[in-house]
Write a protein that binds this ligand. Structure first.
Ligand code: ADP
Ligand code: ADP
Ligand code: ZN
Length: 208
């Protein structure tokens, strides 16, 4: 299966992606995770991306599209992949159309005004990227891999506000873009995590 996870920051893309990867064995490609890994390792891509990530803006399309194009050429993507956080604007969606023919775009629909609490309370594993929330998670050890769980530098109220604006202006139009292509399917991301996943499975079982 070749799928795209679409949704606002905090919609639950990463959370559902972990579960989808586990159940369907599909490769999970998160552009945010790729940028953060490059940042940690101090690569040229990481240095370029840092200023944009810190400001809650999108990293330029040339940089982002190049990374995804290279990643999709790797052998583990032959049987399929799941993109999380890409595409994020129409230009990236058009670039993706040239790289591959995706089966389905899974839109995790949420109320934007409920996302601030999710994002400022989010904690993530530095090693595997698993998302947690302060309301249900204590300590600093990832239950999946034992890695250190931290708060992302861009999960502050100020930067989240900017990221939600970027979403409304640049990413939300992709809902129409993929609806017009007949590829969009939405699930209700306001339900509890397990219930969202049950809806996701209903949709994905038809794709397999
Ligand atoms: P995204 O990858 O779309 O930015 P995450 O999967 O990282 O979002 O989730 C953002 C935050 O919201 C995390 O703290 C996560 O634990 C929490 N979360 C994810 N899905 C739900 C849900 N359905 N209900 C409540 N909280 C959720
Ligand atoms: P979230 O889902 O919480 O918004 P991500 O981890 O997907 O977070 O993205 C974090 C940051 O990485 C974004 O705010 C942006 O600066 C950068 N980024 C990730 N994916 C892309 C992309 N496809 N295009 C441009 N910038 C991106
Ligand atoms: Zn982990």
């Amino acid at each position: 299966m070749k799928i795209v996870l679409l949704g606002a920051p905090g919609a639950g893309k990463g959370t559902q992606a972990t579960r989808i990867a586990e159940k369907y064995g599909v490769v999970h490609i998160s552009t945010g995770d790729i940028f953060r890994k490059n940042l940690k390792e101090g690569t040229p891509v990481g240095l370029k991306a840092k200023a944009f990530i810190d400001k809650g803006q999108l990293v330029p399309d040339e940089v982002t599209c190049e990374i995804v194009a290279e990643r999709l050429k790797e052998k583990d993507c032959e049987k399929g992949f799941m993109l999380d956080g890409f595409p994020r604007n129409v230009m990236q969606a058009e670039a993706l159309d040239k790289m591959s023919d995706v089966d389905l775009v899974l839109n995790i629909a949420v109320d934007l005004d409920k996302l601030m609490a999710r994002l400022t309370g989010r904690r993530v594993c530095r090693e595997c990227g698993e998302s947690y929330h302060v309301s249900t998670f204590a300590g600093n050890k990832c239950s999946k891999c034992g890695g250190e769980v931290i708060q992302r530098a861009d999960d502050t109220e100020e930067t989240v506000g900017k990221r939600l604006k970027v979403y409304s202006e640049q990413t939300q139009p992709l809902i129409d873009y993929y609806t017009a292509k007949g590829k969009l399917q939405s699930v209700d991301g306001m339900k509890p995590i397990d219930e969202v996943f049950a809806e996701v499975v209903t949709v994905l079982d038809k794709v397999k």
